[in-house]
Design a protein around this ligand. Structure first.
Ligand SMILES: [Zn+2]
Length: 206
């Protein structure tokens, strides 16, 4: 069976078309300015694009013999509620047995399903976007506390400023996105003279 993974350009085309990727002039709550903004849930509101993206990511995962050989006894994990649509799509494509999703409660990342030690299969962590890697790092720690191993990590978009591996596990992604952030108004002139020229300033959240 031929298994094709779409190119980075094809994935960016989907993200642009669905409004999940935008160019302009954006300001984050921490004061940083940037000429680009990802709002990944917008790509997952459509059945077709959600399926294409999740299946593509599942194919990257299946190429890894360490993951493929363990299926279906694998747990697909989402570090946060934002990654749930990706996790469900990847689980379906891989026919993986389990799915878990974490969220932060009282400052600590935990699974909504309150699972017990030893109940979690070898884990593949997936998310829609990897910005800093903090959520991923906390999820890896959570999984190890429960006595499970992380055998794979994947994300639709990875900022090139984010880590490329975690605990020796490579982070696979459909898009490696070269990020531009400016800490000050001064430095930002570069972004507002580029794609952001004439764009209204939008205040956005991560
Ligand atoms: Zn600016």
């Amino acid at each position: 069976m031929v298994q094709l993974v779409p190119s980075q350009d094809q994935v960016m085309d989907i993200l642009t078309r669905t409004g999940a990727f935008r160019q302009g002039h954006f300001v984050y709550p921490n004061g940083q300015h940037t000429p680009h903004y990802f709002q990944m849930p917008l790509a997952f509101r459509y059945y077709d694009t959600a399926k294409v993206l999740a299946v593509a990511l599942s194919r990257l995962m299946r190429k890894d013999s360490d993951i493929a050989s363990r299926l279906p006894k694998v747990a697909i994990i989402s570090p946060s509620p934002g990654g749930i649509p990706v996790a469900f799509g990847v689980r379906e494509a891989l026919t993986a047995e389990q799915i878990y999703w974490a969220e932060r409660e009282e400052g600590k990342r935990m699974f909504r399903q309150y699972v017990n030690q030893g109940e979690v299969n070898p884990c593949v962590i997936v998310d829609d976007i990897l910005r800093s890697g903090n959520a991923l790092r906390e999820t890896v720690a959570l999984v190890s506390e429960l006595g499970a191993n992380v055998i794979g990590c994947g994300t639709i978009v990875r900022f090139t400023s984010a880590p490329s591996e975690i605990d020796g596990v490579e982070i696979k992604s459909l898009v490696n996105f070269e990020t531009k952030f400016y800490d000050t108004e001064e430095e930002c002139r570069e972004c507002s003279e580029g794609e952001g020229k004439d764009a209204p300033t939008e205040h956005v959240r991560f």
